[in-house]
Design a protein around this ligand. Structure first.
Ligand code: FAD
Ligand code: DHB
Length: 390
């Protein structure tokens, strides 16, 4: 089989790229390791920046989001029992974010790909990338025990943190930067009305907690937990008690609890690989970088990578020029590092660091007090949260 762009990974990055390329008349084939049901069962991000919302509209997958997504004009930060509102719209000259789950975005992208007869091959094994430093790269893989070869002009590595693409760049070329945080997030999804109409990021002595949502009867809550925690030791009752103990009293009193429909633990890390390209291979999304979830940037950063990468492919197939392809890594990394900084800062601001006692605690407290007292500090937070320009 032959295509123009072989896309490894059928998560949001890979699907979005194949949808954009299709609309520009560029062929692609998506190879996904898991089944479609598995991919659609993953509960991940919930907050979309305007840039991603606009992209989804442009590529004709914005209809359901327009109907079911919720526009949020602000969020709260709770500290020492008091909630402080960050008015995103007032601080950013009218910008906002969209609350619409990554699961729904992925479902909409799969539907659009199906309608346009896009080729997404799932449940593939042993994907391997070959001759990336030549003009004739190819990909081999197995499906149902049979071997296949996919010839292409380019390979887009959209296969997440544990994929094969990043490891296909020779180690003497690839540089990796990493910070692992000494805690994770225990997340629960429940069919209950959210405790507040806006998100609440809670700093407390017992650790961070986040009150988020998917819709008027679907709530998403997280509590900071130790890396040693086993999700099986967390009954629903234990989770709700822990969450309540980290919220301001009046908020805890109005929390409606119910059975969880999903419960999982995710570790927190910051990670960047440089460069994002090697010969005919281009990395995008979690294959290239991971942010801690605190700033809600993971999915949004994947979208801005795909914006730059698709522009580069469109330039190449439209004009034969490789200018944007050769600049892709540098261009995308500039925005990636800014989102890294913001996610790291939000994480440091709001979590309990076991080793922080004393000076570190006072710095965190002062950072929060400064934030609530300074419009300049809030403006900086707001412009990063709604998303820096592409
Ligand atoms: P992925 O979504 O990881 O997609 C990559 C795809 O490649 C997967 O479908 C995978 O099965 C496939 N793949 C992997 N290896 C291979 C292979 N060898 N061959 C073929 N296919 C392969 N972000 C937030 O903003 N907020 C959150 O609350 C949040 N929670 C998260 C929770 C978890 C557990 C994780 C892992 C991430 C979370 N993120 C969150 C981050 C966000 O979900 C990601 O940034 C986003 O999914 C990136 O999309 P992607 O398509 O680049 O990668
Ligand atoms: C969600 C996750 C986040 O990391 C965040 O900052 C906001 C919302 C969520 O899953 O709803």
């Amino acid at each position: 089989m032959r295509t123009q762009v072989a896309i490894i990974g059928g998560g949001p990055s890979g699907l979005l790229l194949s949808q954009i390329l299709h609309l520009k008349g560029i062929q692609s084939v998506v190879l996904e390791r898991k089944s479609r049901n598995y991919v659609l069962g993953r509960i991940r991000a919930g907050v979309l920046e305007q840039g991603l919302v606009d992209m989804l509209h442009v590529v004709k997958v914005g209809k359901r989001m327009e109907k079911e997504g919720q526009i949020h004009h602000g969020f709260d930060i709770a500290f020492q029992g008091k909630r402080h509102q960050i008015d995103l719209t007032a601080l950013t000259n009218g910008k906002s974010v969209m609350v619409y789950g990554q699961t729904e975005v992925t479902r909409d992208l799969y539907e659009a790909r199906d309608q346009m007869n896009g080729v997404v091959i799932d449940e593939v094994d042993d994907v391997s990338l070959h001759k990336l430093d030549t003009a004739t790269p190819f990909v081999t893989y197995k499906k149902a025990g049979e071997n296949f070869r996919l010839d292409c002009d380019f390979v887009a590595g959209c296969d997440g943190f544990h994929g094969v693409s990043r490891g296909s760049i020779p180690s003497h070329i690839l540089k990796e930067y990493e910070k692992v945080y000494p805690f994770g997030w225990l997340g629960v999804l429940s069919e209950t009305p959210p405790v507040s109409h806006e998100l609440i990021y809670n700093q407390s002595d017992k650790g961070f907690a986040l009150c988020s949502m998917r819709n008027a009867n679907l709530s998403r809550y997280y509590v900071q937990c130790s890396l040693e925690e086993d999700v099986n030791n967390w009954s629903d009752d234990r989770f709700w008690e822990e969450l309540k103990s980290r919220l301001p009293k009046e908020t805890a009193e109005t929390l409606i609890t119910g059975p969880s429909i999903e419960k999982s633990i995710a570790p927190l890390r910051s990670f960047v690989a440089e460069p994002l390209s090697y010969g005919r291979l281009f990395l995008a999304g979690d294959a290239a970088h991971i942010v801690p979830p605190t700033g809600a940037k993971g999915l949004n950063l994947a979208a801005s990578d795909i914006h730059y990468l698709s522009e580069a492919f469109i330039e190449f197939y439209g004009t034969g020029r490789e200018t944007k392809l050769s600049q892709y890594s540098d261009t995308a990394l500039k925005r990636i590092w800014k989102a890294m900084r913001f996610s790291w800062w939000m994480t440091m601001l709001l979590h309990h660091f076991p080793e922080n006692e004393g000076f570190g605690d006072r710095m965190q407290q002062t950072d929060l007090e400064y934030l609530f007292s300074s419009k300049a500090a809030q403006t900086s937070l707001a412009e990063n949260y709604v998303g820096l320009p592409y």
